[in-house]
Write a protein that binds this ligand. Sequence first.
Ligand code: UT7
Length: 333
Amino acid sequence: MTTYRSRILGLGAYVPPRVVTNHELATLMETTHEWIVERTGIEERRWVDEGEGGAEMAAKASREAIERAGLQPTDIDLIIYATLSPDHNFPGSAVFTQRLLGLKEIPCLDIRQQCTGFLYGLSIADAFIRTGQYKHVLLIGSEVHSTGLDLTTRGRDVSVLFGDGAGAAVIGRATDEAHVVLSTHLHADGADAEILWTDRPGSRHHPRITAADLEAGAHYPKMEGRKVFKHAVTRMPQVMMEGMIVNGLKLDDIDMLIPHQANLRINQMVARMIGLPEDRMHNNIQKYGNTTAASIPLCMHEAVQLGKIQPGNLVCLVAFGAGLTWASVFLRY
Ligand code: UT7
């Protein structure tokens, strides 16, 4: 049986035009620009305007990724869509993006591994390419957080963190060793699932949501920030080491680290813990906040545009998120 390897053929990104600064948030809740910058590094984020959804943002990012891959939308034979904020309860958002791209009948797969979603999706795309089942996979991470945040002081620990945006990649067959996905490493542990979650509406509640739940804010994301922080700074270095061992890599071999953008302090700590100089890590959380499944493609796309990632460079992607889930991907761009 012929087996293939995969590579990233093109990247795309889209963020909504509306900029929301920390100062604007401070008019809605008891917080300050200084607190947010000191604890997280975030200076501003983007929010969708009314009427714009995740699937529309995804379609915009996808068109760019497909064009950069030198392909037409009709060349895509599978869509994988990672999000924790689907446009609707069901069906998943991938079919809406498929429709916007003018595509018909190709399979659409929605996955939900939160901040780790894009890396889980990359692993799935890689597996499909390896078997030869699909030739061009469109992988999307797209999130609309702004419509689901508690914008009062009660929700300030979470609401200042998140932003809206979309990133996309076209994954296709590698033709040489210089541009190839080397390995993917996925993990999850449900023991602490409730330290970062949104409980309602949920099908295990009957009814799924009540007026009292709405009053109590049970439909807003909840996080035990310190616990999540500790997990993040433990798991991300671990899963990077795992990939380095599998590929026989030294730290010096990594040209650029693209970590999930949850908190600049987390990423600085991870870089320090593994001994990677900060100039070999790219962050853009300052401008976009945490865009969950969109954060890695948004950050990688920017690093490529800035020339920080060159063709053939060895890139490590690493993420951590709700579930809890964590993963790394090593590739030659
Ligand atoms: O993407 C998924 C993964 N997510 C993460 O990795 C996030 C991980 N966690 C974090 O990044 C940090 O825990 C946070 C940035 C969320 C919070 O920082 P912290 O240093 O852990 O603060 P804290 O939650 O311990 O809160 C410290 C104080 C509290 O006040 P008291 O009890 O000391 O009086 C909070 O009420 O800061 C208060 N606080 C705020 N103050 C101003 C919490 N949120 C805010 C806020 N503005 N937005």
